[in-house]
Design a protein around this ligand. Structure first.
Ligand SMILES: [Zn+2]
Ligand SMILES: [Zn+2]
Length: 434
């Protein structure tokens, strides 16, 4: 139990600064701020000294910032909100992005993987699955192969491993297709328009990565400039269809079989309307941002029931409580990962991600602000609060700090105390959008 009840309020204050993070990083070390004479540059008195040994928890505790809801609910929530703001800024402006982007052509597009064999599903016709059963939407069999022995696990894992490269190929082709439809050469295109995007990767139940993307057409200088008259959501949709159909990445040859990767035929492209015109039917900015943000905090483990961290030995799979389908996907990645010719795919390190090693959410530079900028803004706000309390000025302060990693997580007593605390301010009082 707690060493001394006398330290309880101080420990509670330290823990509340974590904003509910349950797996903080623990650091040992110290940080000293000295006053600096602005005219002579001379280092003067100590303004502030922090020694981790003197802290109530015995260490400095820093939020884990894990994106995965299964790993840290509190930090994943911060990530979700940041992603929401990032997507929203690209759709209607704000956080440094001009408001006029709300009038530019935007679409929400979903790119899927091709088929690797028939899976249990719920046909939209209302007919039963090919296995004869009418699966309800919570049936864990959904998305798993009808006949696992003939399901193309090798192609399924390798497709995930090449999904990022396929997206890059698509984005190059997209510029080409938009230019073609506008009657411009690729070189001339740059003087007329820019394409920007934000995307998230999500796993389908069958363990294949698919992408959701907001794609926007701007003027030649990005969001600040009006797109040309020919730039419409319809033209953008047509170009996306053409580019996604043409995109192809040649993969490795495994046991004499040459792999090639394309997107699946299921491609959904829908214009995004401004929420001002929402009549309940249209896909609105708000719905798109909420959807993308929600999926940004999910990994393969949520949809497919696989593991949320890397495996070190294939023997771990036997004990893991995962579906047989996920186990076969991981085992396939692990086995392929032993081949020297596939070394650059790092399939063993990414086996728990079913081969996908890309970023979960990415965006082009001109889309909107960045997660880093949002984090910096938050850190800056906290520093300003601390300065207001301490009355120190960063321009005339020298900071010497040294920190070493001392572990992760909370002790049982800290976890118990943290649970009784309300989330702290500084985790942002932004509204939660469903
Ligand atoms: Zn955390
Ligand atoms: Zn079925």
């Amino acid at each position: 139990m707690l060493a001394s009840l006398g330290t309880l309020p101080e420990l509670a204050r330290q823990l509340s600064g974590l904003g509910g993070c349950t797996h903080p990083v623990r650091l040992d070390g110290h940080r000293t701020e000295y006053a600096v004479d602005t005219t002579t540059g001379e280092v003067g008195r100590v303004l502030h000294h922090l020694d981790s040994a003197a802290l109530p928890a015995g260490n400095l505790l820093v939020r884990c910032n894990n994106r995965r809801a299964t790993r840290c609910a509190a930090c994943a929530e911060v990530y979700r909100r940041d992603t929401y703001h990032l997507i929203t800024a690209g759709l209607r402006g704000g956080k440094g992005t001009p408001e006029q982007v709300g009038a530019h052509p935007r679409v929400f597009a979903t790119f899927t993987a091709p088929s690797f064999g028939p899976v249990h599903n719920r046909p939209s016709s209302g007919r039963p699955c090919r296995c004869g059963i009418r699966h309800d939407d919570t049936d864990p069999a959904l998305g798993t192969p009808l006949t696992p022995d003939t399901y193309d696990y090798e192609a399924a894992v390798l497709w995930n491993a090449h999904a990022g490269a396929l997206w890059r190929r698509f984005s190059i082709y997209l510029r080409r297709e938009v230019a073609k439809l506008a009657g411009l050469t690729q070189r001339a295109f740059r003087d007329h328009a820019r394409i920007s995007f934000a995307k998230v990767a999500e796993y389908q139940k069958r363990g294949a990565v698919h992408f959701h993307a907001v794609i926007r057409l701007d003027g030649p200088e990005g969001g600040d400039t009006s797109p040309p008259a020919w730039a419409t959501a319809e033209l953008l949709s047509d170009a996306i269809h053409a580019a996604a159909t043409a995109a192809r990445v040649s993969g490795p040859t495994v046991d004499g079989r040459a792999h090639n990767f394309t997107f699946g035929r299921q491609l959904d492209v829908r214009p995004i309307r401004s929420s001002d015109f929402d009549d309940g039917q249209e896909l609105t900015e708000r719905a798109v941002a909420a959807y993308i943000a929600k999926y940004a905090t999910k990994g393969a483990e949520t949809a497919t029931g696989t593991l949320d961290r890397p495996i070190r030995f294939v023997a771990e799979l036997a004990q893991a409580r995962i579906t047989d389908h996920a186990r076969r996907m991981i085992r396939t990645a692990w086995t392929l990962g032993a081949r020297p010719e596939l070394a650059d795919l790092r399939l063993r390190a990414w086996a728990h991600m079913l081969g996908f090693r890309g970023h979960f959410s990415t965006k082009s530079r001109r889309y909107s602000t960045t997660l880093g900028a949002l984090r910096d803004a938050r850190a800056e706000w906290r520093r300003a609060q601390a300065l207001a309390a301490n009355e120190t000025d960063p321009d005339t302060t020298l900071v010497l700090a040294h920190w070493v990693y001392a572990g992760t997580g909370l002790t049982d007593a800290e976890a118990w105390l943290a649970e009784t605390l309300e989330p702290a301010p500084g985790t942002e009082g932004e509204p939660t959008h469903g």
